[in-house]
Design a binder for this molecule. Structure first.
Ligand code: HEM
Length: 517
């Protein structure tokens, strides 16, 4: 063995000893501190590897590979209760579907929990630090920057979205007796709408001439997204991944975004010269409402709040990362259910009978009760974001889940992870009976589940784009109901095959045949 090899082996050995020592210390400290504060540990996920939990890691990876990771978590909860702990790679993860714990993490004690320790490292090279990756000041500033635009987007130009929907409808093979997978088409619809909203220029993926630089950006984005998934999995060991293409993709993404930011900043200078009489944002909004059809573009609105090129670029990429496809996944999951429940589609058709395109305002869509029930129900059963994690930024206490009765508080140490599974929580029979696993939109007539229903998250970090996303989703459902009489399932597999990338979508797509109304 060369000298270098010997030094590397020695260093690796010392690191392992150090790791083991810290783990043992951590477990002893945890047991002692728990006792002194009347806390108790929750049930453990059975493991043969008490130090590194490698069997847990491999079991999780196998479940992911056979498209069953979320179902695996659900059955672990069925076996072990609402809260349990495991030690993948030796790190403590407390998994919970108990609403009291979830509320504490996302709301009551939210300042004690963060996303930064996992996301900044994994996603930072791609998007930089911003609203999605970071905690504290960077997160708060991102939130302040996007908030006004998202609340104003409700009065945004509907005509623009209608334009995208018309292109989308033209691509549907209605009455052709052909099977179509709606999933990639929804993806293109939302990509075009979200790129227009975020960058001010649609990627035009629904038309055949998608511009070359948009295509390059998108390819780089998909590649880097996969890289981020792997980096989340590998955690601190990510330095072992040797993938030059990932870093090249990150460069392409940032360059593309910087060009848009530069344009927005120079527009702003011109805009200031023209409109230096504008006194405040409120009067600006009023002017726009009077004009009626001006567009809301995130990069322009954010350039009002900050002129820092790097910061703008990172915050924009953070938003694009969160919103590029989630509404498309929501639409796919909704149509997955509708294709299997023709009666629900009939009821939607009945509800939209007589509506015209110009009637489809934000308020009108909200008032279509059955459409709203269907959306709620599909997002309950198949939430696009089925799982969320937070890392303890300081020692903290979860209110419940510990001890033999599962009711004692649980002590968390700095660096422990809390993993919350919304998919399982959304199927709680105490809230969603009868048939919590069945698609029954009518149940929404009588239930107000509050914290038991979190497709858009909860607390300070809940989705700031919820209303905009629900508008896009409801608008598309209604426009399809105006054009299409029958959505017939043509997928031989009846049940949902889970495909977990960053979101959870149907692994078999949404294979249907469409019949004109
Ligand atoms: C149906 C579609 C959508 C769903 C189901 C959804 C779901 C969520 C969820 C569950 C969270 C919370 C994540 C957490 O707790 O860490 C979140 C956060 C976020 N979403 Fe959405 N989202 C959707 C659409 C969008 C769109 C269209 C955009 C942007 C155009 C967007 C931008 C964001 C941002 C920026 C955050 C981070 C908020 C923060 O950390 O303060 N989302 N979303």
């Amino acid at each position: 063995m060369s000298t270098l090899g010997a030094i590397t082996a020695a260093l690796a050995f010392i690191s392992i000893i150090q790791f083991v020592y810290v783990r043992i210390q951590h477990r002893i400290a945890l047991a002692e501190a728990s006792r002194s504060q009347n806390c108790a540990t929750p049930p453990h996920l059975p493991t043969k590897d008490f130090l590194f939990g490698l069997d847990t890691v491999f079991e999780n990876l196998r479940a992911l590979k056979r498209n069953g990771r979320i179902k695996q978590i659900s059955s672990q909860h069925q076996e072990l209760g609402k809260t349990f702990e495991s030690y993948p790679f030796g790190r403590r993860v407390v998994s919970t579907v108990d609403v009291r714990n979830i509320q504490a993490v996302l709301s009551g004690q939210q300042e004690k929990f963060g996303v930064g320790p996992i996301r900044e490292h994994a996603q930072g090279p791609m998007t930089g630090r911003g609203i999605i990756t970071s905690d504290g000041g960077v997160w708060m500033h991102g939130r302040d920057m996007v908030k006004p635009t998202f609340s104003r987007s409700q009065i945004a130009d509907r005509g623009l979205f209608e334009g995208f929907v018309q292109r989308f409808l033209q691509l549907l093979p209605i009455d052709e007796g052909r099977i179509v997978d709606l999933q990639p088409l929804f993806d293109r619809l939302i990509l075009d709408a979200s790129s227009e909203f975020i960058f001010g220029e649609s990627f035009d993926s629904l038309s055949s001439d998608c511009p070359v630089d948009s295509k390059r950006f998108l390819d780089a984005f998909s590649y880097a997204q996969k890289g981020v998934g792997l980096r989340v999995l590998m955690g601190k060991m990510s330095f072992l991944i040797r993938d030059a293409k990932f870093w090249e993709a990150c460069k392409v993404i940032r360059q593309f975004t910087q060009d848009h930011v530069d344009r927005a900043l120079s527009n702003r200078v011109r805009h200031n010269e023209r409109e230096d009489t504008e006194k405040n944002i409120a009067s600006h909004v009023k002017t726009r409402m009077e004009k009626g059809n001006e567009k809301y573009i995130l990069v322009h609105e954010m350039a009002r709040e900050s002129q820092n090129r790097e910061e703008l670029c990172s915050q924009l990429l953070n938003v694009f990362f969160a919103g590029r496809d989630t509404p498309a996944v929501a639409l796919s999951n909704i149509f997955f259910c509708l294709a299997r429940h023709p009666k629900a589609w009939e009821k939607i058709r009945k509800e939209v009978e007589g509506l015209k395109i110009e009637d489809l305002t934000f308020e009108r869509l909200k008032s279509l009760r059955y459409v709203q029930y269907v959306i709620n129900e599909a997002l309950r059963l198949y939430p696009p974001v089925p799982n969320q994690s937070r890392t303890a930024l300081t020692p903290s206490i979860l209110p419940t889940g510990g001890g033999s009765t599962g009711t004692q508080p649980i002590l968390l140490f700095l660096g422990d992870t809390v993993s919350m599974n919304f998919y399982t929580m959304h199927r709680n029979s105490a809230i969603y009976s009868p048939d919590p696993n069945a698609f029954r939109p009518e149940r929404w007539r009588d239930i107000r589940p509050g914290w038991h229903y979190l497709p858009f998250g909860g607390g300070a970090r809940h989705c700031p784009a919820q209303q905009l996303a629900l508008f896009w989703v409801a608008y598309t459902v209604v426009r399809m109901a105006m054009e299409v009489k029958g959505v017939r399932n043509r997928d031989e597999v009846e049940e949902f095959v889970e495909c977990l990338k960053l979101n959870m979508e149907s692994g078999n797509g949404v294979q249907v045949e469409l019949v004109r109304g």
